[in-house]
Design a protein around this ligand. Structure first.
Ligand code: SIN
Length: 527
């Protein structure tokens, strides 16, 4: 087996991974591995923007309060304070590295999104903010000879010995390689591909969460999955995010009878928190027996719409929808995972030598529901902090560890993947109940053997990871008998007892194969 020893191993090349790499570069050799092209990440597709207090009309304390409110009582306050306090400095640094955010005259142009009580969303090229961040960070990364990229390498598993992480086994060009490091950082993003409707790119299959779980790390808050209210719904077009910034600029939601409805669901109407807007849309879809509603920008000035949302405008035009003239068919889609690998505010996980940053991690910064445009900021702030913490790792990786790789093949992998996504969407999606979740658990359990086997292709390894995380999400959702933030149970509409507890999951307290054999409610999970 090919072996390589570096100082720092980073898995994932979105905003969090790249920002961590920049922090580590002066301290040793950094290897950034990705299963696809280095620019293929959720960051690249982020439209709306990045939230931070960058104007005299705003205050860090107000951003703090807005984030806590969106998080619905489950945010960790120290994590939120860190985010909002360090955010402006990280943005200024990014600007000094060449980031070009949109301006009005000499001032940054700041927009509004749901549940923000001030205009504080920076954006770039209208609706290509993530692409701009990725461009600047990749450019900065290239300026450090100590950072090397290692693309098209799919992580199979972490190298764990004596509860210490020594690196990762990866599959590259059909062969297994062992990459040893004194510190390994997971920055693999989320798992939107677990759902048949998602705004996430193909790469978002929950790999980091799954390998961390298999390695023995603790996962937390897995029941909290955020659904974005407005993703393009068209049988002839791919799923595509229609940024919340559109509603921030005045876009309206209408049901298929063209009637506005958000005002009857929440005082903030189109700018209510995301979970409320998503559920309102589902409710209108049910009432009108339709699979979508409409987003309407026809009343806004055409020139403004084209300039403010150039990427959305041109993408929709390709599918014969002119967003300045036509009603846009939309429906909710899985968007962001508030839960993930449990870390402290320095990105340290429960395993020594293993760190996590960005969407794969759970610092508690988002609580039960993330405030719009806080995720790119999280990647920057916690990417940098995690890099700083990983610099302190002193251990020497144990390269004597041996791996017995005996891969199998999954028959009907495509069919199973499609079915898993459908089950998750229909039974563990925006509105859940004990019956739907139990059915999901039982169906997922039939593929239990896939979770415990090795595979020699990226596609199969992804499916293994997806099934692992799907089972955990379903059991977390069964366990939380109450509705909080993005987790909504139609059979427990109130918060329920002990709602402020965070549910944690790790292998020691729960063997995956037995998950669906647990008594109703999964009471044996760790807390
Ligand atoms: C959007 O542009 O609506 C997405 C922004 C986010 O999820 O934070």
């Amino acid at each position: 087996m090919q072996q390589e020893v570096v100082d720092f191993l980073i898995i994932g090349s979105g905003v969090a991974g790249l920002r961590a790499a920049i922090e580590l570069a002066p301290h040793g050799e950094v290897l950034v591995i990705t299963k696809d092209r280095p620019s293929e990440s959720s960051t690249e597709y982020a439209q709306g923007g990045i939230a931070a207090v960058m104007s005299d009309e705003d205050e860090v304390g107000i951003h703090f309060e807005d984030t806590l409110k969106a998080g619905d009582g489950l945010c960790r306050e120290d994590a939120v304070r860190t985010l909002v306090q360090e955010g402006p400095e990280r943005i200024a640094e990014l600007i000094s590295w060449g980031a070009e955010f949109d301006k009005e005259g000499t001032k940054l142009s700041l927009s509004l999104e749901a549940a923000h009580s001030r205009r504080r969303i920076l954006h770039a090229h209208g609706d290509s903010t993530g692409k701009e961040l990725e461009r600047v960070l990749l450019k900065k990364v290239r300026s450090f000879p100590s950072i090397r990229k290692y693309p098209f390498a799919m992580t199979i598993d972490l190298i764990i010995k004596d509860s210490l992480c020594h690196g990762a086994y990866v599959l590259k060009d059909g062969k297994v390689a062992a990459l040893f490091a004194k510190a390994t950082i997971l920055a693999t993003g989320g798992a939107g591909q677990l759902y048949s409707r998602t705004t996430n790119p193909q790469v978002a299959t929950g790999d980091g969460m799954a390998i961390a779980f298999r390695g023995g790390a603790v996962l937390e808050d897995m029941e909290f999955v955020q659904f974005h209210p407005t993703s393009l719904y068209s049988p002839t077009a791919p799923q595509f995010l229609l940024s919340e910034a559109m509603r921030g600029e005045g876009a309206l939601l209408r049901n298929i009878t063209k009637k506005q409805f958000m005002g009857t669901y929440h005082a903030l109407a189109e700018l209510a928190p995301r979970d409320i807007v998503s559920r309102a849309i589902i409710s209108e879809m049910v009432k009108t027996n339709s699979n979508h509603v409409y987003l309407d920008l026809r009343h806004l000035e055409k020139h403004f719409v084209k300039n403010r949302f150039p990427r959305i405008h041109s993408t929709c035009l390709r599918y014969d929808i002119d967003i300045t003239e036509d009603l846009i068919p939309v429906s909710p889609a899985a968007h962001y995972f508030m839960g993930g690998v449990k870390t402290d505010v320095e990105g340290k996980t429960s395993l020594r030598g293993l760190y996590a940053a960005g969407e794969v991690s759970c610092t508690g910064v988002h609580g039960a529901n993330r405030l719009a445009s806080n995720s790119l900021l999280e990647g920057l702030v916690y990417g940098a902090r995690t890099g700083k913490a990983a610099c302190q790792a002193t251990g020497k990786p144990d390269t004597s560890v041996r791996y017995d790789f005996k891969p199998s093949a999954i028959h009907d992998a495509d069919e199973i993947r499609r079915t898993v996504r459908k089950i998750m969407w229909e039974k563990a999606g925006i509105i859940r109940c004990a019956k739907s979740l139990r059915e999901a658990a039982d169906q997922l359990h039939t593929w239990g053997s896939i979770i415990c086997t090795d595979y020699a292709t990226r596609h199969e390894l992804e499916l293994k990871n997806m099934l692992t995380i799907a089972e955990i999400i379903v059991h977390a959702a069964i366990t939380r008998k109450g509705s909080v933030g993005a987790h909504y149970r139609s059979d427990y509409k109130e918060r329920g007892e002990r709602w402020q507890e965070h549910l944690c999951w790790d292998r020691k307290s729960l063997e995956m194969r037995n998950l669906s054999l647990l008594p109703q409610g999964g009471e044996t999970c760790g807390r």
